[in-house]
Design a protein around this ligand. Structure first.
Ligand code: NAD
Ligand code: MG
Length: 425
């Protein structure tokens, strides 16, 4: 245990020391986690991992000297290893997806930040849960795709699961803390509803007829948050909020009928909990992921995050609107998948990953994303998500159908472009 002093001279609460694996350390959440750790020397970096960005992981390894570095791409692992040896660093390099599991479940690591994007994060995050680690969960796709099994594993192992997603972190902070686990029997403890806020993304007011033409660059320009490209597109379609409704159902053990989504363009109120007596408890702060990261690292204490304090007198009006499901069909699809349960969230997540990747590669237009997801959901039968094999099958089948649909749309678009070029020449 260590006492942390702040630069302002005030002393933060006693926070436990920890030995941390950061899955996805070169991403937006990974880097913010390292920035928080920079302020608090009692947190030691045990392992850092990335997909294939050698230069970024090399720089982090030289600075933080972790015991392990994992590169999922084997070729990148060889290059990282050579570069580290050249610098005389002692970090051991592991390659491949198995390396992620090794460092997430290693007995010498007690805390795991799950910040890989997409379904690739499921296996190592689950491995950390099964070893009863303190798991800081940013990787919402892991929970969406296998929520029942994931939460069962949390209960069985006794892992401490803390939500990093700003909305869920806010809800967690606003739930009753009466000595029981914050997430136990939420509705039985006077909660009436959970209210998730959403910025509405960059296209909240874009004329509907222009949405088909928006570019990946425009979609990734989020008004309030700086994030990786996949979640930025998810925010633009509002699939991010659909995924978050499902995430909240699993994390807090509530049905989607107990969750309301409100558009709040300023992203100052990160979410709220409404109680039976009419009280609403909200968590406010600047839109900066270092706050939920510092909260979860220090939990149950509090410590500085590096985020400046909010001056409410200088804030513009805080606005709230009901979301327009015509503009944001992905939010509707997310809420429908939450209500359907079983493999529906798995299929939703898999098709969304494929459709977003196709959009980012310029293969399909923005409005094709919900069209592909809706058509794949209609083609597949929803099953009980009772085993990992059933989940894998649903995931693979959904990806194959989504890839086929994206390729068809891409060919149609190319043919239309060619026809219109001939017509104009
Ligand atoms: P990012 O794209 O910036 O970073 C992703 C990280 O995962 C990188 O380190 C990358 O190397 C690694 N990675 C990518 N593909 C991989 C693969 N196949 N195998 C192993 N590693 C892989 O993403 P991000 O914005 O940091 O988001 C990470 C997760 O956190 C996502 O699930 C996202 O939904 C969630 N999240 C992010 C924010 C945010 O503000 N960025 C907020 C809430 C939740
Ligand atoms: Mg969020």
């Amino acid at each position: 245990m260590a006492i942390v002093s702040s630069s302002s001279g005030r002393t933060a609460q006693t926070c436990p020391s920890a030995c941390i694996t950061i899955l996805g350390s070169t991403g937006s959440i990974g880097k913010s986690t390292l920035e928080v750790i920079d302020l608090h020397p009692q947190y030691r970096v045990f392992a850092l991992t990335a997909h294939q960005s050698v230069a970024a992981l090399l720089e982090q390894c030289l600075r933080y000297r972790p015991r392990y570095a994992v590169m999922v791409d084997e070729n990148a692992a060889t290059r990282l290893d050579a570069a580290l040896r050249e610098q005389g660093a002692e970090t051991e390099v592991l390659a491949g997806a198995q390396g992620l599991i090794t460092v997430a479940s290693h007995p010498d690591c007690d805390t795991v930040m799950a910040a890989i994007v997409g379904s690739a994060g499921l296996a190592p995050t689950l491995a950390a849960v099964e070893q009863a680690k303190k798991v800081l969960l940013a990787n919402k796709e892991a929970l969406v795709m296998a929520g029942d099994l994931f939460m069962e594993a949390v209960s069985r192992s006794g892992a401490v699961l803390l939500p990093i997603d700003s909305e869920h972190n806010a809800v967690f902070q606003c739930l009753p803390h009466d000595g029981r686990r914050a997430t136990d029997d939420v509705m039985g403890r006077g909660v009436n509803r959970i209210v998730l806020t959403a910025s509405g993304g960059p296209f909240r007011e874009t004329p509907l007829e222009q949405l088909a033409q928006v570019t990946p660059q425009q979609a990734c320009r989020h008004p309030n948050w700086e994030m990786g490209r996949k979640i930025s597109v998810d925010s633009a379609t509002m699939m991010n909020k659909g995924l978050e409704v499902i995430e909240a159902c699993f994390l807090f053990g509530v049905g989607p009928q107990s969750i309301e989504v409100l558009i709040h363009p300023q992203s100052i109120v990160h979410s709220m909990v409404e109680y039976l007596d009419g009280s609403i408890i909200a968590q406010l702060g600047h839109p900066d992921m270092r706050t939920p990261i510092a909260y979860s690292l220090a939990w149950p204490g509090r410590m500085h995050s590096g985020v400046s304090f909010l001056d409410l007198a200088r804030q513009p009006d805080l606005q709230f609107f009901a979301p327009d499901l015509q503009r944001f069909p992905c939010l509707r699809l997310g809420m429908e998948a939450a209500a359907a349960g079983g493999t529906a969230p798995t299929v939703l997540n898999a098709t969304n990953e494929v459709a977003v990747a196709a959009f980012l590669e310029g293969q399909i237009g923005f409005t094709a994303i919900p069209a592909i997801i809706e058509s794949v959901l209609a083609q597949m039968t929803c099953r009980q998500a009772s085993t990992i094999d059933i989940i894998r099958q649903a995931d693979e089948q959904a990806r194959a159908l989504a890839a086929k649909a994206a390729a068809q749309i891409s060919t149609q678009t190319a043919t239309q472009i060619a026809r219109s070029a001939i017509h104009h020449s």
